[in-house]
Design a protein around this ligand. Sequence first.
Ligand code: AMP
Length: 281
Amino acid sequence: MIAPTIIAKINDLNAALLSWRTENKSIGFVPTMGALHAGHSSLIHEAVKTCDVVVVSIFVNPTQFNKAEDLAQYPKTLEADLLLLNNFTDVIIFVPEVSEIYQNDLPPTKVDFNSISDQLEGKFRPGHFDGVAQVVEILFNIIQPRKAFFGQKDYQQVLVVKRLVKTLQLPIEIIACPTKRELNGLAMSSRNLLLNSAEIKDAEIIWKTLCFVQEQKNKYSTIELQKLASELFNSGNLTLEYLEIVNASDLSPVKDWEEECVCCIAAFCGKVRLIDNLVLI
Ligand code: AMP
């Protein structure tokens, strides 16, 4: 067992992983952008349970932000993050600078995401998933994990990463972990730190609407329910970007409830953009 080690350089990370690699131990990987909360911890717990050593990266990736102000206001709480990670053993914390990750100007590998990346987040955050795929590919190459852990909170991101791994034929298992929520149902998110108490209350409408969709499923057509749910959502104080019920595997529009469906929501709560989803059963 090792206490958490903090590493900033790729060479040092390789040195730290060397003995685990030579002994063919399993390396798990949990990529994060910091401002850690219990949602992140749940991913790390899962990784520690099933891997010999776990790399947790803290890296606010500039290429996935399509708005400079969003990047600038993204919360940074490194000291608190390190305290939280102190609770884990056999964890290596990788906190690289931007220049360490983007050492050369090589263009990212072109991956055909089969329209998965064009929908929902892709429509409202152009270039977002190109940035995600770029940094994930770089981090996967550096760390070469056997398993990588992602949250279902970013449902579309999981599909994009799975597609990336399949296309590049990387020997990495992608594990999707359930969304951790506050007691009021609000999905935990680093961005919640930017909400004031009135906004946190307002944001309850997201979970309320997702539950409404789950409860009312089968009583209405998918199109009708989408409309009713949007009306409910709009009775609150958030500004809706999208509320869509889509196919859970490829995010295409659904015609009926025969398909496995996921309801995805993105909305502004004041200046803070929040996303959430629920796979409908
Ligand atoms: P982020 O730091 O927001 O980039 O998130 C890092 C990882 O944690 C991603 O795979 C997220 O999907 C996951 N994550 C974020 N919030 C939650 C949550 N509430 N529950 C579970 N996983 C989460």
